[in-house]
Design a protein around this ligand. Sequence first.
Ligand code: ADP
Ligand code: MG
Length: 362
Amino acid sequence: MIEVKNLVKVYGINKAVDNLNFKVEKGQILGFLGPNGAGKSTTMNIITGYISATEGTVLINGYDILKQPEEAKSFIGYLPEQPPVYMDMTVKEYLIFAAKLKGVKKREILGDVTMAMESTKLFAMEDRLIGNLSKGYRQRVGIAAALLGKPEILILDEPTVGLDPKQIIEIRDLIKSLAEKHTVILSSHILQEISAVCDRIIIINNGNLVVDEMLEDLNKNIADAQCLVVTLRTSKKIAEDMFKGKDYIREFEVVDSADSGCVDVRIFFKDSADRREDVFKLIVDSKVVLLQMYNDMKSLEDIFIEATTPVYVEPEVIVSDETEGKVCLTDEEYDEDDIEEVEDDMDSETTEEDNNADKEEE
Ligand code: ADP
Ligand code: MG
C-alpha cells in the first residue's frame, strides 16, 4: 500500500505540490490525471524517492521512502517521464545493467531480464541497439527495466507520450496486462488513456487534488447527470404542472429560456430508458409549443475541464483615501480636466508615430 501524507514540494516561490493526501490500496490501478505542469511528475518523483519533499511523508508498505529508502524502493518499479536508457547498449545488455544497478541478486538477474523481456514482448529485439529502436520499443525497454526485481508496485509517468496511435494502443494493452499482477500508478494528461486502463482517477491541478473517485462512481455520477432539455413556449407554472408527478421522472427544473416568453425544462429520469417520445406526447397533450429538445450529455471530459479550469473571481474594488498605494480614485479626486490632458497627449503621440510609419513606408 502507498500512503501519501501532507505532501508539499516548493521550487523557489512555486508550489509544485500543495498538501497532497491519498492512499493506494494493493492491486489498484490509479490514474493520475492533470494538465501539463499540474505536479504529476514531481509527485511521482517524490513517491519513488528520486527527489525529496519539502514537507510530508510517503510510506510504501509502511516503509518511509526517505528514512528507509532501500526497503521502500524494493517494492517499486519506476518508469520516469524520460527513461534513462543508453542508446549504445543492446536491449539485453541494458536490462542486465539496470538489474545490477537495482541490486537484483546475481543468480536472479538472467531470470528477471528474461521475465521482463517476455512481459514486454521484447525478445525479438534483445540484440538490437536501443538507439536503433522506435520510440514505442524504447518505451517498452523502460517498462521492462521497471519490472526488474519483481516489484509489487509500478509507477509509470506518461508512458505513451510521443508515441503514434498504434504504439499507444500497444503500450496501453501492455499496461493492462501488467495491471493484473501489480499495483499501478499511471500518470497522463489524456483522459481517454486513464479511463481505458484505470479503476480509480485522481485529478490534480496546480499541485492540488481536485477529484479522487473510482471510475465506476464517476461513470455513475455522469449517468445521473444526463438529462433531456426541452424549450417550451409557455409559462413556468404550466410547465411545472405538466411534469409534476410523472412516475418515470426523477426530478426536473424549469428556468427562463433565452427566448422571451419561453422556458427551458431540464428533466432527469429514474432509469436510462429513452423517454423522448413520452415527453413529446406529454407536451402535445398539454397543447404547448415545443421549440427544441436535446439530450444534455455530461462526459468525463466535462468533469476534467470543470476540475482544472480556474474560476474567475471578480476582484474587489478598494477605494482608498491614502495617497500611497492608491488603487482607485474617489469621486472628489477624479478630475475631468486631468483626464482630458492625458488624452490630448496620447493623441499627439499617436499622430507622431503614424507620421513616422508613413515615412518608412515611402
Ligand atoms: P506535470 O508532470 O504534471 O506536467 P511537473 O511535476 O513536472 O508537472 O511540474 C509541476 C510544476 O513544478 C511546474 O510548474 C514546473 O514548472 C515546476 N517544476 C518541476 N520541476 C522543477 C524544477 N526542478 N525546478 C523548478 N520548477 C520545477
Ligand atoms: Mg510530467
